[in-house]
Design a protein around this ligand. Sequence first.
Ligand code: NAP
Length: 380
Amino acid sequence: MRKRIAILGSTGSIGTQALDIIKTHKDKFEVVALSAHKNIALLKEQMGDFKPEQVTITDTKCYNTFLKDNKYNITLNHGLDGLKEMISSIDIDIVLIAIVGVAALEIAHYILDQGIDIALANKECIVAGGELLISKAKDKGARIIPVDSEHSAIFQCLQGCEDDSDIKNIYLTASGGPFKDMDIDNLHNVTPAQALRHPNWDMGNKITIDSATLMNKGLEVIEAKWLFNLDIDRVKVVVHPQSIVHSMVEFIDNSIIANMGVPDMRLPILYAFTYPRRLDTDIELNLYEMGNLTFERPDMVKFPCLSLAYEAMRIGGSMPIALNAGNEIAVYKFLEGDIGFTTIPKMVEKAMNIHLRDLIHDPTLEQVLYIDKSIREQLV
Ligand SMILES: NC(=O)c1ccc[n+]([C@@H]2O[C@H](COP(=O)([O-])OP(=O)(O)OC[C@H]3O[C@@H](n4cnc5c(N)ncnc54)[C@H](OP(=O)(O)O)[C@@H]3O)[C@@H](O)[C@H]2O)c1
């Protein structure tokens, strides 16, 4: 029987790569639901190619535009309620969450509440609502299978590890981004076009900027803490510019297991769909032509976003919500040319300072959403 897959955020970088890999394994997978925010033209193409049972458009204006020209015989839903309706009314084996930003949190929580497995690409939702999602998954017996390449790598390295106490540290690899070797004094001149040129990965705009500031790695440290139930100081970052080693686990006997492959997101996406089995691909790493692999410490002075993420997690409670909200606002302001590159960490720090006096320990979903909204309002 084919696995029935829903893809939320099907029009983005992860969403389109997921559809690409599904296309090559049509005998194994069936796309039953898709969602897009604004890119209706691409959604229409995907509907033609994959014939899902339902689709959802989350942006209201785009939904209304689509309605005028809906010649498809497919149930069409709208907004967050529409996503929920779509998830609960069809039979789904796994949902790939490829939406960008904390906008994915509520629906991720809802899907787990339905007891449905998640293939999780979105990292902002677990940064803001880690405790909530992990405990919901546990309560409902649903799995959160990581898609982020580093977390997929750790997940793969841990197959066969029977006890968490065998783990000493995990090492998340970071490419270092496009400004790894730039002098710190020149960073304030960086333009959005330069920051969008990632050396190894082709990704959506928000994560590409996060990679340039190293906030992406900061968010991933928090994501790893939740997914693998580790103390934050046992989640380390190592800069590995070749992006061949996707991450590593160091065990208490000091041996290290690494996951390697070409930097291609279709591999971790496919593994999330096939776990615990695997399928053949043509995405092959040629060891003879790979060249040298290097590893170095991240520069947290030049890239303060990484240390802000550790700090937010050490403070704990609701602070990572402020970190994430501050970062989302700052990244979009940078992309629009409203602030400079080096103002991004300053805005994140400001968001954390604003939130310090309102810190709470175990925020409910409603509190997470409220804090996220109020931080955004105070920053604009
Ligand atoms: N790209 C990668 O290689 C990569 C790797 C690891 C992890 N991730 C994570 O995966 C997530 C997606 O990244 P991406 O690079 O694929 O982003 P992307 O290319 O910007 O795509 C984002 C997707 O989310 C949809 N979307 C945007 N705003 C939305 C909202 N408010 N509500 C619902 N849907 C919304 C977009 O729809 P429209 O396009 O129709 O507007 C699009 O389908 C991020 O959390 C990122 O950190 C990405």
